[in-house]
Design a protein around this ligand. Structure first.
Ligand SMILES: Cc1cc2nc3c(=O)[nH]c(=O)nc-3n(C[C@H](O)[C@H](O)[C@H](O)COP(=O)(O)O)c2cc1C
Length: 161
């Protein structure tokens, strides 16, 4: 089964999670790159939340690995203000046809709030069934051994058939 992990990151955490998942699945990972430049340092980075609340759809660079070529696709992204990131809205929009009839996984990363609302909103962007996992810093899920355990659970839920 051909698998790929795509990730969006502003401050690096989702790259760490995506890389670990890709290592476990023995596949490549690729970053979703927004054409828009954003503040990523300091408290001002939280201003990016406005574009998530407004459901902005970012233009993204064309992926080197076209999703159409894969059977199993994992997307790793933060949520912002309990909402999808504009980059991942852009990805879902640009590749909506290519993502049909795939085995899809969605992994969210966040600091502390309940991911429920964000999952509901992200699920509007992707076809079901979608296997999900979340990594919350406040619950120490950004650090091992919790992260590795959650990755194991996610991979077994995702399945290999
Ligand atoms: C604009 C913005 C809004 C955020 N909103 C939330 C939020 O609503 N709840 C939460 O727990 N974390 C929130 N965060 C924290 C991020 O989800 C967290 O830093 C992220 O998982 C880090 O991923 P990254 O390093 O891959 O960008 C927000 C971060 C930013 C930059």
């Amino acid at each position: 089964m051909k698998t790929i992990v795509y990730y969006y990151t502003l401050t690096g955490q989702c790259k760490i999670i995506a890389t670990k998942i890709a290592e476990r699945l023995n596949c490549d990972s690729e970053k979703i790159i927004e054409k828009k430049k954003r503040l990523s340092k300091g408290f001002l980075r939280f201003l990016n939340g406005g574009s998530a609340i407004q459901r902005k759809i970012s233009e993204i660079e064309i992926m080197n690995n076209n999703p159409v070529e894969f059977d199993r696709i994992v997307i790793v992204t933060p949520f912002w203000a309990a909402s999808p990131t504009p980059a991942v809205r852009g990805f879902a929009n640009r590749y909506s046809k290519e993502l049909m009839n795939k085995k899809l996984g969605l992994v969210l990363s966040n600091l502390g709030t309940d991911p429920k609302e964000a999952f509901t909103k992200y699920k509007e962007l992707f076809p079901e069934p979608l296997t999900t996992a979340s990594f919350t810093k406040a619950k120490e899920e950004w650090t091992d051994p919790k992260m590795s355990q959650l990755i194991d659970q996610f991979i077994s839920k995702l399945g290999d058939k």
